[in-house]
Design a binder for this molecule. Structure first.
Ligand SMILES: NC(=O)c1ccc[n+]([C@@H]2O[C@H](COP(=O)([O-])OP(=O)(O)OC[C@H]3O[C@@H](n4cnc5c(N)ncnc54)[C@H](O)[C@@H]3O)[C@@H](O)[C@H]2O)c1
Length: 311
């Protein structure tokens, strides 16, 4: 049985990925410091067969060196994953996202891991005059968070070139789905909107709402990770849906799907937010990536899961 480590495996994306890897017959070690992991994810991972849950930090290199012994693949999802957090505390975010990623690569290199799949972000593009965004566009990070992801990509490339460690970087475009918390101060837009609409409160939009995003359903991101690991793909790949929608349209869609009569309210725009994001996913199709979830179906699934949990 192949042995896998998922860093940040108790988080939103990591826990879905871990669940699918187990279904596909892999033994998974989850390394997470539980800093933003939900209790629900931690409990459900503890109950799974073939999952070993380890509490620890990617900033602890000796720990990683031991943990990666005999490991075939590493899915590196752990990060402080929010733009506003990185603006408030760039130093800590730098330590976790950059030094932590360097540690993961060093431990992977020293233990002859077959491949590292790195969770990068569409935020590395910043504001571009060209849409959709292709991987060869010049990066233009607008926040410390985006810069840490870009640096992680460069480290992956350098480890490939210098040490021969196989690495692949997936630039996720706004991932959403069941299990994403609406309650954190840094909640993502879809769970935050659904949560408010369910409570008959108007969604709160930052800025004029004309900013647009490419929303990607969690199961498509999970498939992308596994395909990228199994294939010979190396380098940088966009993982999005290939379609975008404005935040105003998104709010309208969620209100309609939830059959409510509400009007969104607007607050000040957020620092570090990009104006538009839309993925060109042609390159990822070369390793078999094909998003299967429409926004409509993904939202329905997310709304159902969130209302089930609220009951
Ligand atoms: N969700 C998105 O839309 C999105 C978009 C682009 C990129 N990403 C990237 O995907 C990855 C997963 O994102 P997510 O949405 O699941 O976020 P998340 O916050 O739910 O998951 C991150 C996990 O990493 C853990 N973690 C944080 N610091 C750690 C440390 N020092 N050591 C070990 N574990 C640590 C957290 O406890 C959490 O469980 C992140 O790297 C994020 O930057 C996410």
């Amino acid at each position: 049985m192949k042995k896998i480590v998922v860093t940040g495996g108790a988080g939103f994306i990591g826990s879905h990925l871990t669940a699918e890897l187990v279904v596909q017959g892999y033994a998974v070690v989850v390394l997470d410091d539980f800093s933003t992991a939900s209790d629900e994810n931690i409990t459900s991972l503890r109950q799974k067969e073939n999952v070993e849950l380890v509490q620890g930090s990617i900033t602890d290199l000796p720990r990683l060196q031991k943990l990666f012994e005999g490991v075939d693949y590493v899915f590196h999802q752990a990060a402080m994953a929010r733009v506003p957090r990185s603006i408030e505390d760039p130093l800590t975010v730098n330590q976790v996202n950059i030094t932590g990623t360097l540690n993961v690569l060093l431990a992977a290199r020293d233990n002859s891991v077959k491949k590292v799949v790195f969770a990068s972000s569409s935020s590395v593009y910043g504001d571009t005059s060209v849409l959709p965004q292709r991987e060869d566009l010049m990066a233009n990070p607008l926040s410390p968070y985006a810069l840490t992801k870009l640096t992680g990509e460069y480290y992956c490339t350098i480890f490939r070139q210098i040490y021969g460690l196989a690495t692949v970087c997936l630039r996720y475009f706004n991932v959403y789905g069941p299990g994403q918390s609406p309650h954190s101060q840094y909640a993502m837009v879809i769970p935050a909107f659904i949560d408010r609409v369910a409570r008959n409160l108007p969604p709160v939009i930052h800025g004029d709402g004309e900013q647009s995003r490419d929303f990607t359903f969690i199961q498509d991101v999970v498939q992308a990770n596994i395909l990228a690991a199994k294939s010979t793909a190396e380098g940088i790949y966009n993982i999005g849906s290939g379609r975008s929608i404005t935040i105003n349209q998104l709010a309208e869609k969620i209100i309609k799907l939830m059959q409510k009569d509400l009007k969104p309210i607007h607050e000040k725009g957020r620092l570090g937010d990009v104006k538009h994001a839309l993925a060109d996913i042609t390159k990822a199709k070369s390793f078999g990536y094909e998003p299967e979830w429409s926004l409509e179906n993904g939202l329905k699934e997310t709304i159902t899961a969130m209302s089930r949990k609220a009951r």
